[in-house]
Each structure stands twice: as structure tokens, then as C-alpha cells.
Design a protein around this ligand. Structure first.
Ligand code: ANZ
Ligand code: ZN
Length: 801
């Protein structure tokens, strides 16, 4: 009987749907398990073979958990606001809502064809007004707590998309989306104060079970740095505050640098003798991204400010002040004391501009290269610090600075506040009204959702305002506070907004009175297991932890962290080990695989492709192997016999495999779980039969991986009920060990025999048994035995002369 995957898979997908078998129940007395995968952006390209890798993995875990008696929530939805949809709409003159609808329908059909056990009753879409009502509501809570604020700032301006980008969206100095040049532009932006949570976002990583590389990259992204703010004097009369992580090197500061955007320049313009030169330099710097400016390999540039000098507070010495773009406005104080002897960038700059290099930590040759090691060196040329270790000198100088009101200890973070404004149409409108009298006034909560108006075109205005700014009837409104004329905010939220809280909405997706009921949130949160891509570790993961913490602070959720556990899968690459991309022409369409081999094979293959946490190249011949494996399982029906217990000859492999699959699933070792089931299948077919007890157990094991085939066999063999409602199989630890093992016997390194002996045999008995073997006896005949060795569980080696 041939296995017809197409028919069987469709049949079971329809039954599961009709019977709602994967719906999470609202029975809050049951133990729960909340599995989450990153919901996709429904792009026009449809599903990528990378998506099912994550979805299948947690589908396997979810299917197993259901059989273990948990109330499982495994939801799916659409992160559907964003630029590609808007760009497509702009080009083709279709409303983004229509584009989104089409793309979602396509994605959903593709996901359904894979037999993933999502609870489709809880499907959400970030562009649905009933959803973004709550995204807007959360924004207003931020606003009310002073954590959403407006700020004039130099932002990343993409010359291609004509849109302000978050730092994270600038990759390698260019726009992540269009590859266009990114320059600086000053704009008034809505900001979210994520920096207020920086410390907790680091410390609370102790409360969760995240894989190490995720933890490390979060910590690095937040970038906590401990040092001091030091107040330098200047001959202009004003002070200049610098941030340094090496206050111990203060005596080695031979010049200062301020960023091109530093307000000092404006303020003392009339004292600066070479102002036009500096203005020209400022213009050049504005064209560069932060990335370009801080690149180590870049040759340093800068201009000395003529007419004003800095004064080192520790010794009163005058030093030149430069304007140079390797100092960023947005970090620390935007000004530094330069210590060329002990900082590489300062050293390069000093060499180029012929500035003095004064050694203050002994141990290197500072004329040759900066000596940056601070673990072993001893202070020199540093007055009251001389002779101290770097660590002690840091403590002492901070004491001195504090006592003399010249500075203080300071912690800085690389993390910046989150630029939350976009000048785009296809996003959540920011629910704020600007009134001349009352300032920024929130749209009253009972008027949410604030919906998007219809527009003629999706292009921004000449000045880069959002297309909403062109709709007078939308912009002009009355102030909710004083009733006077007012204007609406026309910026929309960034794409990251909707995904910052979506896992909460799944708990109670149709609630009209709250983001979700407190009861549902308290029951389901935190998410028990969240799997997603490494590319979302620093943005989405951090943003959503931040929103969750804020909602925790205002009493909406009851746990400080949203995700108890976070794992990450590797990328699926093209056959040639390159990233799959349209331009390389190596994209595999999941639909083609499902059509040709079936969903079960696709699922199995993606889990068998390699170590789940590492990237893996696509391999077409290996897919065929997976298909054959499933067909061999199907054919077990032909050798089926009665039996309520495992037969003695397969008892150990049965227990061992149950144990292995059970554990491997928990440890993301899907590939080795599959390999173990393949080995078990061989064990069974080697005996020429399989009994009912064995096959039942086998089907339960393979079910999470290949649920259609397993469910179908369960039915045609009348095993009773549906497989997805059975219990997970258990094993007996004592029966996982082989009672006998095979031991190889060698004479002078050549294999002479293979013996079956008790697994716990002693060396003495093993050697004795070996010597009893006829072939061994014959080979040793008439020779002297000089050595006998037993390698436990493996071999007996006899050396003869
Ligand atoms: C003097 C010094 C001496 C420094 C030395 C380093 C080594 P992290 O660890 O990244 O916080 N710095 C401060 N503000 C800056 C800005 N806005 N743009 C560019 N560089 C800036 O590094 C802090 C160090 O980077 C600071 O300590 C400062 O240089 C520089 F042997 O001050 B240091
Ligand atoms: Zn008003």
C-alpha cells in the first residue's frame, strides 16, 4: 500500500481545524505551557524555508507538551506594519491594507500546509485597529509617565527612503532596507526612554534562561561603561565636561576633542579665530554616519580650535582643543580628554597632528603604539598617582575630583533612547495632539483607536513629513484639553511597536477593555519558551523586554520578565552554503518542497538538517532520505503482529529511544532524536516484525515530527481515538541499558572474533571468555601470550609472540 501524503495531509489538516484540537483552553486550573515563535512580517515573497525551522521546532515541543497534559498556547499572527508593504503600495497604487490582506492570506495558507499546531483562534494582526488601539494605549501610558518625550536631535536620515532610521536600522553606514546613504539631519522626534531601564535590562538577565550568546549580545548592546565625568576649564571662561573610562590617565591628557555638533562651538563662536574652517568641517562630518566616524581603520580628521585652550584640572596645564568626528555627540558628554599614550584612536590622531604623547602607565613603548593594557601597568609621571596600580589610581583620582568639585564617578550606556517617530503612512498613528496653549495633549483613551485616514499618495512631503501631514482634515482638530484649535501629530510608530507586546495579546486576543484580561495575563505569562532568530536579539528582544518591564511597573503584568526561556536557531543557507537570496537565485520555495515530498518530509528534513542552533546548507538528496524513512514507517503495518508489551529482543532499544527522543526535544537536539528513531526502525525491521505496543510507542514518538503520517497510521490501525490526544510515552531507566554487549577480540591488533557478553562483565571474565573462543584459540595456538587487555564495553586485545 503506497502512502499518499497529499491526500492524508490535507485530510488531517481539515480534521484538526474542524475539531479545533490545538486550541488553548481558558481553564486556568490546568498546568500551562506557552510556546512562542516570532510572528512573521507578511512580505510579498511569502514564506521562506527559514521560517519553518523555528515554527516546526516549537511545534514539536508543543505537540509533546499537549501529550504530557499541559494546556498549551502556541499562537501565530502577523507583524504587518512596515516599509516594504508601503513601498509596494506606493509603486502599484494599492492600499497597504489590501496588500497586507493578500500577503497574510498567502502566508496563512502556506503555514497551514505545514500542519503546524497553531491555535488559529488567537490569530492577531498588528495593523488591525482592535490591536493597535492597545499599541496606542501603551504609548499613552509611556507619555503619562514621562517616558515618551519629544526631542530635537540629529537623526539618521536615509537619503533613499527619505525617512528617519533608528541606529539599529543603519547597517554598515547605509540604510538596512534600501542600501541608500544615511546622513545626519536635525528633526523633532518622539523618543522612548529605554535608557531608564538599561540597568534592569542587564541585571534581570539573571532571572531568565536565555542561551549564552543571546545574553552576551544583549549585554554588549546595552554597553554599560563605568568611568568619570571630568570638568576641564577653558581660556574662554566656560568649562568643558568630558567622559572618560580612564580617569587614572588624567596626567597624560595632552589635548581635548569635542564632537563637531558640540554646543561649545556655537557658544564661543566669537572667540574662535578659525570659525569658517570649523564650520566647513562640521558640514563634512554631517555627511558621515556614526559608523563611518568611529571606524578604527579610517584615517583621523580634525581641526584645532584657534583662540581657545582647555585647562587640565589636575595640573592647570593648557592643552589644545580639537573638533574631530571620531568623537560622537550622542555618547558621554560629546567631549573627551585625549590620552594618546594609552588610547589607540588618540594615538593615531596625535601622530597625525604631531601632538605630545606622555606616558602615564609604564609597561609599553608609547612612541611606537598606544599602551592600552590596564591590568598590569603602574602609574608614572602622575604626581600623587605615581606608583599606584591603574585600579587604585582610578579610585584615588575619582576621590580627588569629587573632593575638588572637578568631576565625579559616572556610568554610561551605549544604549540610546529609542527614536519612536517615523514619517511614514503604514504605521500606528501616534495619538497625540499639539495645542498652542496646552502643548502635547494625549488623545483621550476612549477615542482610541486613532485610525489612519485615507490618503491620495503615500509619498512624504518635501520636508520629509509623513503623508498624513498633507491631509488637512486629519491634521486640524480640537484640543482635548482646552477645546481650542490644535494639530494632530502626523508621525507614525516604528515597525517595532506592534511586536513589543504581541505575546500579551495572544493571551486574550479579542478583549475590548484591556490589552488582555489580568487573569489571562497572570495565567499565561511569562512565555515559557521563546524561539527566534539571532538577528532579533538586540532590537525586538530588548524592546519587548523594555515594554514588558514598563507594563510590570504600572501593574498591567505580574512578572518582571516576559520570556522565561529564549533559544535561537541557525539560518538555513543555500546548497552552496551561501545565504539564500533572490539575487543569488538559490531560494528554495517551501511550497515546492511540500508539493513534491509532503509536509511531514519537509518538517522532518528541516529538523534533521543539522544542529538546530547552527546554520545549515540546504541538501536536496537528504530530503529524499527523510521521505524514505517515513515510507518505511508506513510499511511497518505489513509486519505488524499482536502484543501488549515490547518484545524482549527490542525492549532495550525501545526504552533507550524513548528516553533519547524525550530528552533531545527539550535540548533542541532534533537531529539526533530523528537519528535515534531511524536506528530504532532498523532494530525493529531487523527482527522481521513489530508488535502493537512497539508501533504505538513509535507513532507517539514520531508524531511531533511527522504528525500527519502518525495520525493516519493510528487511525487505520484502530489504535483508538486521535493520536494528538494520547499520552506521551514513558521509559524505564533500568531498561535503557543493554544487558549484553558486543566485544571485539583482537590478536596482535587483528580482529579474530566478536563475543556477546554481559554488559557489566569484569576484565578477568571478558579475557577468559575471549580465550575460550575457537577462532581465538586457533590463532594463539603454540604461541606465548605476553599481554591481555580489556577495554570495557569494547574489546579484548591479546598480544602473542
Ligand atoms: C581618556 C582615555 C584614556 C580613554 C585611555 C580611553 C583610554 P567606552 O568604554 O566605550 O565607554 N569617549 C568618551 N566619549 C566619547 C565620544 N562621545 N565619542 C568617542 N569617544 C568617546 O569608552 C569610553 C572612552 O571613549 C572614554 O575614555 C573616551 O576616551 C572615549 F587610555 O578617555 B577615554
Ligand atoms: Zn489646548
Amino acid at each position: 500500500m503506497k502512502y499518499n501524503f497529499a491526500e492524508v495531509e490535507k485530510k488531517w489538516q481539515d480534521i484538526w481545524d474542524a475539531k479545533n484540537v490545538f486550541a488553548a483552553t481558558n481553564d486556568f486550573s490546568k498546568p500551562k505551557f506557552y510556546a512562542l515563535v516570532e510572528f512573521p512580517y507578511p512580505s510579498g515573497q511569502g514564506l521562506h524555508v527559514g521560517h519553518p525551522r523555528s515554527y516546526t521546532a516549537l511545534d514539536i515541543v508543543s505537540r509533546k507538551r499537549r501529550l504530557e497534559g499541559y494546556n498549551v498556547l502556541y499562537p501565530m499572527g502577523w507583524d504587518a506594519f512596515g516599509l516594504p508593504t508601503e513601498n509596494f503600495a506606493m509603486k502599484n497604487h494599492i492600499h497597504p491594507e489590501v496588500v497586507t490582506k493578500q500577503n497574510v492570506a498567502h502566508f496563512k495558507a502556506q503555514l497551514k500546509s505545514l500542519g503546524l499546531s497553531f491555535d488559529w483562534n488567537r490569530e492577531i494582526n498588528t495593523t488591525d485597529p482592535n490591536y493597535f488601539k492597545w499599541t496606542q494605549w501603551i504609548f499613552l501610558q509611556f507619555f503619562k509617565k514621562g517616558l515618551a518625550y519629544k526631542k530635537e536631535m540629529a537623526v539618521n536620515w536615509c537619503t533613499g527612503c527619505k525617512v528617519v532610521l533608528a541606529n539599529e536600522e543603519v547597517v554598515g553606514g547605509v540604510c538596512e532596507r534600501c542600501g541608500g546613504e544615511v546622513v545626519h539631519k536635525v528633526k523633532s522626534q518622539w523618543m522612548l526612554k529605554i535608557t531608564e531601564y538599561a540597568e534592569r535590562l542587564i541585571n534581570d538577565l539573571d532571572l531568565v534562561d536565555y542561551i549564552d550568546r543571546v545574553k552576551v549580545s544583549q549585554i554588549n548592546w546595552i554597553g554599560k561603561s563605568t568611568g568619570a565625568n571630568v570638568n576641564f576649564g577653558t581660556t574662554a571662561g566656560d568649562n568643558l565636561l568630558v567622559y572618560t573610562t580612564r580617569p587614572d590617565t588624567l596626567f597624560g591628557a595632552t589635548y581635548m576633542v569635542i564632537s563637531p555638533e558640540h554646543s561649545f562651538i556655537e557658544k564661543w563662536a566669537d572667540k574662535i579665530e578659525n570659525l569658517s574652517e570649523i564650520k566647513a568641517y562640521q558640514e563634512e562630518a554631517a555627511k558621515k554616519s556614526d559608523f563611518e566616524r568611529t571606524e578604527l581603520v579610517k584615517e583621523k580628521t580634525g581641526v584645532e580650535i584657534k583662540g581657545i585652550r582647555g585647562i587640565n584640572p589636575v595640573n592647570g596645564k593648557e592643552v589644545p582643543i580639537f573638533v574631530a568626528d571620531y568623537v560622537l555627540t550622542s555618547y558621554g558628554t560629546g567631549a573627551i580628554m585625549a590620552v594618546p599614550a594609552h588610547d589607540t584612536r588618540d594615538w593615531e590622531f596625535a601622530k597625525k597632528f604631531d601632538l605630545p604623547i606622555v606616558e602615564v602607565v609604564a609597561g609599553g613603548n608609547v612612541q611606537e603604539a598606544a599602551f592600552t593594557d590596564c591590568s598590569t601597568g603602574v602609574m608614572v609621571n602622575s604626581d600623587f598617582l605615581t606608583g599606584l596600580s591603574v585600579e587604585d589610581a582610578k579610585v584615588k583620582i575619582i576621590e580627588w575630583l569629587t573632593k575638588n568639585s572637578k568631576g565625579e564617578k559616572k556610568v554610561n550606556y551605549k544604549l540610546r533612547d529609542w527614536v519612536f517617530s517615523r514619517q511614514r503612512y503604514w504605521g500606528e498613528p501616534i495619538p497625540i495632539v499639539c495645542c498652542d496653549k496646552c502643548g502635547y495633549v494625549p488623545v483621550p483613551e476612549d477615542q482610541l483607536p486613532l485610525q489612519l485616514p485615507q490618503v491620495e499618495t503615500y509619498e512624504q512631503t518635501e520636508t520629509g513629513e509623513s503623508p498624513l501631514a498633507k491631509i488637512d482634515s486629519w491634521v486640524n482638530t480640537t484640543c482635548p484639553h482646552c477645546g481650542g484649535p490644535a494639530k494632530r501629530e502626523t508621525d507614525t510608530m516604528p515597525q517595532w511597536a506592534g511586536s513589543s507586546w504581541y505575546f500579551m495579546r495572544y493571551c486574550d486576543p479579542t478583549n475590548n477593555d484591556a490589552i488582555a484580561s489580568k487573569e489571562a495575563l497572570d495565567y499565561w505569562l511569562p512565555v515559557d519558551w521563546y524561539n527566534g532568530g539571532m538577528e532579533h536579539t538586540t532590537l525586538h528582544l530588548l524592546y519587548s523586554r523594555f515594554w514588558h518591564k514598563f507594563l510590570y511597573d504600572i501593574g498591567v503584568v505580574s512578572t518582571p520578565e516576559p520570556y522565561a526561556k529564549r533559544t535561537s536557531h541557525g539560518m538555513i543557507l543555500g546548497e552552496n552554503n551561501e545565504k539564500m537570496s533572490k539575487s543569488r537565485g538559490n531560494v528554495i520555495n517551501p511550497d515546492d518542497i511540500v508539493n513534491e515530498f509532503g509536509a511531514d518530509t519537509m518538517r522532518l528534513y528541516e529538523m534533521f538538517i543539522g544542529d538546530f542552533e547552527k546554520s545549515a546548507p540546504w541538501n536536496s538528496s537528504s530530503i529524499k532520505g527523510c521521505k524514505r524513512f517515513l515510507e518505511r514507517i508506513w510499511n511497518l503495518q505489513e509486519i505488524l503482529v499482536d502484543g501488549d508489551e515490547f518484545r524482549p529482543e527490542v525492549e532495550t532499544p525501545m526504552h533507550k529511544t524513548i528516553k533519547k527522543v524525550t530528552e533531545d526535544i527539550e535540548n533542541l537536539k532534533f537531529n539526533t532524536a530523528i537519528a535515534a528513531m531511524m536506528a530504532l526502525l532498523n532494530n525493529l525491521t531487523d527482527t522481521g516484525k513489530v508488535n502493537k505496543a512497539e508501533l504505538r510507542a513509535f507513532l507517539v514518538l514520531i508524531n511531533p515530527f511527522a504528525p500527519h503520517l502518525a495520525e493516519e497510521m493510528w487511525q487505520v490501525l484502530h489504535f483508538g481515538g486521535m493520536l494528538n490526544q494520547q499520552k506521551w510515552v514513558t521509559y524505564d531507566e533500568a531498561k535503557c541499558k543493554e544487558s549484553t554487549i558486543e566485544v571485539v577480540v583482537q590478536i596482535n591488533g587483528k580482529i579474530k572474533a566478536r563475543l556477546n557478553v554481559a554488559a557489566d562483565i569484569t576484565a578477568e571474565d571478558a579475557i577468559a571468555a575471549a580465550k575460550q573462543d575457537a577462532a581465538v584459540k586457533a590463532a594463539a595456538e603454540g604461541k606465548n601470550i605476553v599481554k591481555e587487555i580489556y577495554v570495557p564495553g569494547k574489546l579484548v586485545n591479546i598480544v602473542v609472540k
